[in-house]
Design a protein around this ligand. Sequence first.
Ligand code: ADP
Ligand code: MG
Ligand code: ZN
Length: 606
Amino acid sequence: MKLASKNIVYGLLILFFLAAAYSALLSTAQEIKELSLSDLVAKVNNEEVQEIVVEGSDLKITAKDGTHYISKKEEQSSLTETLTNFGVPKEKLLSFTHVEKNPSGFLFWLGALLPTIITIIFILGFIWFMGRQVQRSNVQALGFGQSRARIIAPDNVKQRTTFKDVAGVDEAKEELREIVEFLKNPKRFLEIGARIPRGVLLMGAPGTGKTLLAKAVAGEAGVPFFQMSASEFVEMFVGVGASRVRDLFKIAKKSAPSIIFIDEIDAIGRHRGAGMGGGHDEREQTLNQILVEMDGFDTSDQVIVMAATNRPDVLDPALLRPGRFDRRVVLDLPDIKQREAILMIHSRQKPLAKNVRLRRVAERTPGFSGADLENLVNEAAILTARSLRKEITEDDLVKSIDKVILGPERKSLVITPEEKKISAYHEAGHALVAASLPHADPVHKVTVISRGRALGYTLKLPTYDRHLYSRSHFLDELAVSLGGYAAEDIVFGELTTGAADDLRKATAIARDLVQRYGMSKKIGPVTFGEQNELVFLGKELGVERNYSDETAALIDREVSSFMKKAFDTAKKIVKERRDKLDEIAHRLIEKETIERDEFAQIVGMA
Ligand code: ADP
Ligand code: MG
Ligand code: ZN
């Protein structure tokens, strides 16, 4: 494409020069004086003319005094005829040299043919150009089955990632160090006949650093890294995926030792045979091809296949068989120390104020993934730049936490004083109930500044990273989610749509309590509804109902009863501590935001 357009530009330039030269020639010719025929006749009669050269209808006249003229005669008649017609006597016609030149001069031909030539050149050029296009798309069609993997070569310093760039995930790094060893020094392992792991499956929530860690393995080992997202294998056409897999493995084997990384493998690695709708045949074929390639590895092939997924539960069991992805590395969400380390990594290149305590930021961000934390630091940097400061402060970082959780503030949103009052009481209800129940997470912040879709919110954070949740915790949280609803009901005797989201969340918790966690005393230790998610169907539809209608009714009753109890608890607290509720709400209307310490002071717990 580039080459073709370049050539066309050259062609046009040449044509342009030719045309310019041609008109230049013409204009030099025009500098010679032009004679009318009658003037010419007069000159001939006076015998002033030395020579007349006839070229078609053009006359080039040289006078005896050496000046040159041009003139034109009639096309049809000859010069002699023309002059005689103008009444020149016969003998005068012999007084000058008469030269007939065939109008075959270069310029004449050029003049006549130039338009045609240009047209032909254009047409040829166009045909040639189109031809190239077609060729290109032919090449593209041929290259369809090629893998198109992104490659990071070991000497690519800029994109090189090492374990140093990955914080936390120490166990995972430890496991992967073995793989690095092997890639660095395969002989040592092969000599004692060790069977080298073929595949490593990285599992973890989105943003926990799976892709990053896979790159780091390649960076540590100094081997080429072929990255491809599983969804990139599959195109519209059947068989392309499999052919891409073959191609990818072929290239990787050629540059062994190397790493193949298949990101988001669940896109093709789901249970085969499951799912509805079209398209899964192609996925199956692609998956089969991956399995075939992995089985076809020689013990001497020094290619390691890494894959990442955040849905290990839906993977086809065949992928997890020994000899395939038999190494499984789990990446957890980072705990407080790891969060601090991740924050440290991402603020390395940024101007952090000296007194920033990243530990404090880490404390306030339970449940954040590595990607969230990176985003947080970036948001803080943007905040700093926007207020024209040079250093990122702790305050910037803390402010960015809310933004990452809930989206940007919507200060411009116009809410009426009435709405603000309702919203203030609603949030005060949540906060007060949370502060009054022993198993609920403590309140960090209450605000009526709207963010994202919420008009206001109450930020509660666990005191530590939770792995297990108790029944009493859920019951208290349930009451907290209904705190806003209860407050609106009691204070205004009226309900608004603001509580809709709370109700939805609370109902989901209550349903999980009964159906998944066996926390209902009436129903007991049973789980209902197989989490057998069907591809292409929503989750709800996909939950298989493996219980009777009677049980369904029982479950519904239990869910309602949990909700009712929680609502009663919330109402009781709101009624009993109405003075506190009013105080929080008024403070919110006045200041819009209450931070943790101030809140603790109001509700009277230091
Ligand atoms: P995943 O593939 O698990 O969804 P990524 O590896 O793409 O997540 O992570 C996204 C970004 O988050 C990374 O580029 C990195 O900047 C950051 N990140 C995630 N986990 C970590 C970590 N443990 N240490 C440092 N940075 C991390
Ligand atoms: Mg990823
Ligand atoms: Zn609410």
